[in-house]
Write a protein that binds this ligand. Structure first.
Ligand SMILES: Nc1ncnc2c1ncn2[C@@H]1O[C@H](COP(=O)(O)OP(=O)(O)OP(=O)(O)O)[C@@H](O)[C@H]1O
Ligand SMILES: [Mg+2]
Length: 370
């Protein structure tokens, strides 16, 4: 199963390009799903259809879903929701607030990642196209398997201890509700699945990221940061999609000036990202809504080509064996010297930090004793 993730700064055209990609994939006979993880769902608008938190068929070979956390809580996370809201309730919160608070931060990410895992396991689709929220949220989504691992380990140990004490004292000293077996099972499932999800996300024969960018200074800067962080998480960024270009012919006055500015930014993009493949789309005179416009957009971005190809496959992290020298190489483009920190935890875990983002890398055995 191919997973294509579009990300980039707010408003650059992620949703439009994702919808256009999915439509093109479906038209070529691939079983396709387009999934939005952005809570400000605009995929519905782009496709001119009403989507919801369940998978809907919206055309031949084409399904769509906008992840809806409330729906997920009622179905997938029942045990967790019940326990946390009982717990909050026991602490004096009224039922409604307790239910609200039971939605843990990042839970919608977990749902989205679970879907990917399930689709891959069941070979449910040939292609899944992900339309994500602006960069910062998407980084949270993609770092979720790393972060949740730590969190769940701690929670799990805590609850197990609680249960043990409760059993020994027949629950007498407990003022708070005890976690149920179902709750612990859910935690265990999450833990196991997040490990598989991480593998799936980092497997660049399946999963790749496409950065959508506009020819504007702020957008380019944010995109460079995103690229660094994505490399840090071991994700493969395969190409840039430069959207909303002004056509370079017949421009006068204001637009001529804009065009000069644009050429400057395109130069910056090349300096920053070469040799990464660059796909382009022009600014269209109207908003990109509905079938016809999305097809036009797909034509601009992919020509007549297959949108699922890997535009490049260079992986940001590599382990090289040079005989007596073992090398781990992690590419962190655009991070400045002094910004990276490296430290070691519990023997075989290496923590790499760049700016505010951090990743723990489990070292292969050959490196763990270095
Ligand atoms: N090439 C284009 N020509 C004309 N309009 C465009 C083009 N690309 C995007 N748009 C329009 O720009 C607006 C924002 O696009 P879109 O919703 O795809 O961006 P986004 O990156 O998903 O935004 P958000 O960060 O809010 O999710 C939409 O109204 C869309 O129709
Ligand atoms: Mg969007």
């Amino acid at each position: 199963m191919r997973i294509i993730i579009y990300t980039g700064k707010g408003g650059v055209g992620k949703t439009s390009v994702a919808a256009a990609t999915a439509k093109r994939c479906a038209a070529s006979g691939k079983r396709t799903l387009v999934m939005s993880t952005d809570s400000a769902h605009s995929l519905s608008d782009s496709l001119e259809l009403q989507l919801d938190g369940t998978i809907r068929s919206i055309g031949d070979n084409l399904d769509a879903i906008e992840i809806d956390i409330l729906h997920e809580m009622e179905t997938r996370w029942k045990e967790i929701e019940k326990y946390i809201s009982d717990f909050m309730h026991s602490q004096g919160l009224d039922t409604i607030s307790a239910k609200e608070l039971a939605v843990l931060p990042g839970m919608e990410f977990m749902s989205a990642l679970f879907y990917l895992w399930e689709f891959d396991r069941d070979n449910a689709y040939d292609v899944v196209v992900l339309d994500t929220a602006p960069t910062a949220e998407t980084l949270r989504l993609l770092s979720f398997p790393d972060v949740s691992q730590w969190y769940i380990d701690k929670l799990y140990a805590l609850f197990k201890r609680m249960l043990r004490v409760a059993r020994a004292t027949v629950g007498k000293m407990m003022e708070i509700p005890l976690p149920t077996e179902g709750f612990l099972e859910d935690l265990e499932i999450i833990r196991a699945r997040m490990i598989s999800v991480r593998k799936l996300l980092q497997d660049n024969s399946k999963t790749t990221i496409r950065l959508v960018v506009n020819p504007e200074r702020m957008v380019i800067n944010e995109t460079k940061r995103a690229y660094t962080y994505l490399c840090l998480y071991g994700m493969t960024v395969e190409c840039l999609v430069v959207n909303r270009l002004i056509p370079d012919e017949g421009q006068e006055g204001y637009f001529k000036k804009k065009l000069e500015e644009q050429n400057g930014y395109i130069k910056i993009i090349h300096e920053a990202f070469d040799p990464m493949p660059i796909l382009t789309a022009y600014q269209m005179p109207t908003e990109l809504l509905g079938d016809e416009k999305l097809n036009d957009l797909a034509d601009m971005v992919f020509g007549k080509g297959d949108p699922t190809v890997h535009f490049s496959t260079e992986s940001p992290m590599e382990f090289l064996d040079r005989g007596d020298l073992q090398i781990m190489s992690l590419r962190l483009p655009f991070s400045t010297k002094g910004e990276e920190e490296l430290y070691r935890k519990q023997g075989d875990v290496l923590i790499v930090q760049v700016g505010g983002q951090r990743r723990s890398i489990r070292l292969p055995l050959v490196l763990s004793r270095s």
